[in-house]
Design a protein. Structure first.
Length: 117
């Protein structure tokens, strides 16, 4: 049996979370381990494994992420698709990561060279 989805646990069963915004289709929460001040996750209320499963819902979630990012910009808006792309929770979620000059946060590909396959 698969492990329970932590985001569904929040949405369906009231597992603890700091909810910072709500919409009909999604919520925004503070992640357990934010990487910068005001780091937010935007999560659809409907379980979909990643951004490829329901492109229309993904667009709606991305719209909300853009609204959140506008309030804290500059920011990165990031989602991952698959374990190889660093996805660790298999429920679509979009990170809004506020950035500041010299914040010390490096994206996974910062400073790396392209490896041809």
């Amino acid at each position: 049996m698969a492990d329970p989805c932590p985001f569904c646990e929040i949405l369906e069963h009231g597992a603890p979370a700091t909810i910072v915004a709500e919409w009909r289709e999604a919520i925004a929460i503070t992640p357990l381990n934010p990487v910068t001040d005001a780091h937010i996750l935007v999560i659809p209320r409907k379980h979909v494994d990643d951004a490829t499963v329901d492109p229309i819902l993904t667009g709606i979630v991305m719209k909300y992420a853009a609204e959140v990012a506008d309030a804290v910009s500059p920011a990165n808006i990031i989602t991952s698709i698959g374990a190889e792309a660093t996805q660790t929770v298999f429920h679509l979620h979009v990170h809004v990561v506020p950035r500041r000059h010299g914040d010390g946060l490096h994206l996974p590909w910062t400073g790396q060279k392209v490896v041809s396959t």
